[in-house]
Design a protein around this ligand. Structure first.
Ligand code: HEM
Ligand code: HEM
Length: 191
């Protein structure tokens, strides 16, 4: 019995050593997305709390431009993912946990599309400028439409709470792998 348990642990350790890392492009795109989303959340919350003025203008400009950049980075990530799928989790991962992780990642991708698209529609349909770092002005892409702008604003402001919840679960999951399971899953996304 003891020999069996020892053998099972040896097999699990071997499987962990063999766990595949994400490729470098996926890792770079993941951490770039994290950085840009953090900028978005901080800029978004601060700019809506400020008095009118230059600081607020700069933050709005940054928030809108970086938000479009998030959309581009996520589209790139999704395209890249087609040819470079999720490396399999360690074989001893409970299937419910693997399912939850997949669902969490899927919903994160959905929200990474919903946030920039709703922000863009809300701004452009409201008739406000949509700069992209001074390279192009996307304002005219959508005709002015106050009703559409209002709906998109509601989506944008509400969806942020879904993002917070998903990111909190995601980070807790990552830390659970790092501290409790110690199965190399955290390290495979670490730069
Ligand atoms: C991943 C991308 C994005 C995230 C995570 C994000 C997040 C946020 C957050 C947290 C707020 C503050 C909400 C509040 O005060 O309760 C906000 C507000 C805002 N966002 Fe975004 N945003 C993103 C993309 C965009 C884009 C692409 C645009 C426009 C092109 C945009 C336009 C705005 C505007 C205009 C506001 C002010 C809302 C208001 O005054 O009611 N956002 N965003
Ligand atoms: C804005 C914050 C974040 C977002 C939007 C995000 C998004 C994602 C997405 C979509 C995936 C799935 C990658 C794929 O297979 O295509 C992923 C994987 C991963 N993320 Fe994040 N992430 C964020 C923050 C973090 C943080 C702060 C950590 C570490 C503490 C982290 C650790 C990981 C790990 C370890 C994986 C790989 C999980 C696995 O192999 O099953 N993430 N992330």
């Amino acid at each position: 019995m003891a020999a069996n348990a020892l053998e099972a642990r040896r097999q699990a350790a071997l499987a962990r050593e063999k766990i595949r890392r994400y490729d470098i492009v996926s890792i770079v795109l993941h951490w770039l997305t994290v950085l840009l989303v953090l900028v978005q959340i901080v800029a978004g919350l601060v700019m809506t709390d400020l008095e009118r003025g230059t600081t607020q203008d700069v933050l709005y400009y940054t928030h809108k431009s970086v938000g479009i950049a998030v959309l581009l980075v996520v589209l790139l990530r999704l395209l890249w993912r087609i040819g470079h799928p999720w490396p399999p989790l360690p074989p001893d991962t409970p299937s419910a946990q693997a399912g939850l992780a997949r669902l969490n990642h899927l919903l994160l991708y959905v929200m990474l599309l919903v946030m920039p698209i709703s922000g863009f529609v809300f701004t452009a349909a409201g008739g406000y400028p949509v700069p992209f770092f001074g390279l192009v002005d996307l304002t005219g892409v959508i005709a002015k439409n106050p009703d559409l702008a209002k709906t998109a604003q509601w989506v944008h402001l509400s969806a942020q709470w879904v993002v917070y919840a998903l990111v909190a679960l995601h980070v807790l999951g990552a830390l659970y792998h790092l501290v409790v399971r110690k199965d190399g899953v955290f390290q495979r996304m670490w730069p």
